[in-house]
Design a protein around this ligand. Structure first.
Ligand SMILES: O=P(O)(O)OC[C@@H](O)CO
Length: 261
């Protein structure tokens, strides 16, 4: 029997100017609630296979999914109303992702130490405003200044439009500026990558292999092992330490010289 204590992992460390968060699956585990919505939707629509939608549509706008599988129902106002009722009807199936409210509030606090005191975090979701607002209430997270919901983009994830406009909104759209996207869905990971961000993939919906193969740089179970150590006014960056992860690209294990770290 091997009685050696497990060797602790070397933390992954990265530096960014700003953090962009997806909502469903990243801040709130809403898969159960959204799955119930699709099953309910399909009850009166025999042409709709809810299990196929649940398997393939995570992270995509509900309007886009309905337009594909049930075009007669593709009415934006109606879809927003249906989505907004999910937390009321099926909210008992949703719960916060571990560490999410704490990580977001840490970014909020540290933003106040930056030169212009602008928020350095944003939410970019394929959910509509009524849905996403109710999830934030459940999480007790205040709406960020940059809160991009389904209605505000003409192309939803996997298109990078939402993430690109968040970068622009926060003032970090130049290609050499570093932002991190927190995502759980392959569609969102692709959107984040195509917006030039590094990706932290959360395994709330899919397994680590799938998240890594979708293009995540670091793969974690949830957000509970993140430490935003400090804001560095010389580099205008936040130092983020990830203590526990399934996978990290090796570059995040290499330490910076202490003069800039
Ligand atoms: O993962 P996000 O982008 O928050 O999308 C949620 C959306 O699929 C809800 O209908």
């Amino acid at each position: 029997m091997n009685l050696e204590p497990p060797v602790p992992k070397k933390p992954a460390i990265f530096y960014v100017h700003a953090a962009l968060f997806d909502c469903d699956g990243t801040l709130v585990n809403s898969t159960g609630a959204i799955s119930e919505f699709w099953r309910n939707f399909a009850e009166t629509r025999p042409h709709v296979d809810p299990e196929e939608i649940i398997k393939t549509s995570h992270g995509c706008r509900t309007y886009d999914v309905i337009a594909k599988w049930s075009p007669d129902d593709a009415d934006e106002a109606q879809v927003a109303e249906w989505e907004g009722s999910i937390p009321d009807s099926f909210g008992q199936y949703a719960k916060p992702i571990r560490g999410a409210p704490e990580l977001v509030s840490r970014f909020n606090e540290l933003s106040k130490e930056t030169d212009n005191k602008h928020q350095r975090w944003a939410i970019i979701t394929s959910g509509t405003l009524p849905l996403a607002s109710k999830w934030l209430k459940l999480l007790t997270i205040e709406k960020p200044d940059c809160f991009i919901t389904a209605e505000q983009v003409s192309q939803g994830k996997p298109h990078p439009m939402g993430y690109l406009s968040a970068r622009e909104n926060l003032g970090y759209d130049a290609p050499h500026k570093k932002v991190v996207v927190f995502e759980d869905a392959p569609a969102g990971i692709k959107a984040g990558r195509d917006a030039g961000a590094m990706i932290v993939g959360i395994c709330s919906t899919y397994d680590p292999e799938k998240i890594k193969n979708s293009g995540a740089d670091i793969v974690v179970s949830d957000l509970s092992s993140f430490e935003v150590e400090k804001y560095n006014p010389l580099t205008d960056e936040f130092k983020i330490i990830v203590h526990d992860y399934h996978y990290t690209k090796p570059e995040y294990l290499i330490r910076r010289p202490s003069i800039v770290a």
